[in-house]
Structures are given as structure tokens and as C-alpha cells.
Design a protein around this ligand. Structure first.
Ligand code: PRP
Length: 179
């Protein structure tokens, strides 16, 4: 896989250090509470696993899967729930854990959807923020890094389902996706 990467945007050491800082911030802000950490499959899995293990307060885990309709789906903003949470979230402090915010469609849909279930609170924790690509106004409450508008892969992020298990976040060579 490494030969398909043009450059490394964030090394595994940088990612680990930043996740440690985010975990400490969440520990502090949610002290005395047991937040429900909602991971969005599949991209957030690496971030989710490392973030939760770096936290020291008790947490609950659950996952949700969302799919976009067809190839033009992202631009149309149509999203669909394909795997829902296992349990009710009424009265809970929910933290959505996401790998990247791009257009913002996914999280804006999800925030609306979760709020309708009457949780105590809903916050967003995203590893990467591609702010320049935003179409709908949505902000991360906790953010790892700002990300340039490049084709990034690794640490959960894929191209055609590959590269998710790269231990760093890198920029994919154009020759790979322009074949
Ligand atoms: C990616 C990413 C976010 C979403 C962000 O998921 O994990 O969920 O896109 O884009 P948006 O802000 O434009 O909505 P993807 O649909 O590629 O699925 P994956 O997590 O399985 O890779």
C-alpha cells in the first residue's frame, strides 16, 4: 500500500499524540458522566478504538452505519441509515465519533436524527475537518486536525475500500484513482 501514497499528512505519532489530547479534554468535560460514544462505520473505527482506550472515564459504546445513495449521492446530500444504534439514547450524553467531515451532509443528517430521540446532549468529535469542502453548516465540537482538500487515505479512510489499515494518514497518488 505504501507505494500508492504520495506523502504523509499526519504520522502515526502525531495522530496518537492528538488523540491523547482529545481524550484528556473529553475526560475533563465529561467527568462524572458516562457518555455514549457513537462510532460511524466504517471510517471511524481506528480513531474510535484509540480514542476510547485513551479515555479514563467510563463510556458506553454503540455504532451506526450510514450510506449515501448512488454515485452522485454526496452532492445531493441524500443519506440513509443502514444500521441503527442497538439501544435508546433518551437522556444520554452522546458523542458522535467520526473520521472526517467533508460536505457535512452525513453529520448534519445524523445530528438531526439523534436529536429527535431526546438525548441529554449530542456533540461531535471528528479526527479530520476538511472545512473548505463544507456544503452544510456543521462544526465539530472536538477536532483532531484541519485537513487540506487532498485525497486522504489511511487510519480508517479508504479509497474503494482499500488503505483503511494504513497506520498514518496520507495523500493518495493521483495515478491510483485516475487509472
Ligand atoms: C465518509 C466519512 C464520513 C463522511 C463524511 O464516509 O467516514 O462519514 O464520508 O463526508 P460528508 O461530510 O461529505 O458527509 P463514507 O460514506 O465514505 O463511508 P465509510 O465511513 O465506510 O468510509
Amino acid at each position: 500500500m505504501h507505494q500508492d501514497v504520495e506523502s504523509i499528512m499526519f504520522t502515526k505519532e502525531q495522530i496518537a499524540a492528538r488523540i491523547g489530547e482529545l481524550a484528556a479534554q473529553l475526560d475533563k468535560e465529561y467527568a462524572g458522566k458516562t457518555p455514549l460514544m457513537v462510532g460511524i462505520l466504517k471510517g471511524s473505527v481506528m480513531f474510535y478504538a484509540d480514542l476510547l482506550r485513551a479515555m479514563t472515564i467510563p463510556v458506553e459504546m454503540d455504532f451506526i452505519a450510514i450510506s449515501s445513495y448512488g454515485s452522485g449521492a454526496k452532492s445531493s446530500g441524500e443519506v440513509k441509515l443502514i444500521k441503527d444504534l442497538d439501544r435508546k439514547i433518551e437522556g444520554k450524553d452522546v458523542i458522535i465519533v467520526e473520521d472526517i467531515i467533508d460536505s457535512g451532509y452525513t453529520l448534519s443528517y445524523l445530528k438531526r436524527n439523534l436529536y429527535a430521540r431526546k438525548p441529554e446532549s449530542v456533540k461531535i468529535c471528528a479526527l479530520l475537518d476538511k472545512y473548505s469542502r463544507r456544503v452544510v453548516p456543521i462544526e465539530a465540537d472536538y477536532k483532531g486536525f484541519d485537513c487540506e482538500d487532498e485525497f486522504v487515505v489511511g487510519f480508517g479512510l479508504d479509497y474503494a475500500e482499500r488503505y483503511r489499515n494504513l497506520p498514518y494518514i496520507g495523500v493518495l497518488k493521483r495515478s491510483v484513482y485516475e487509472k
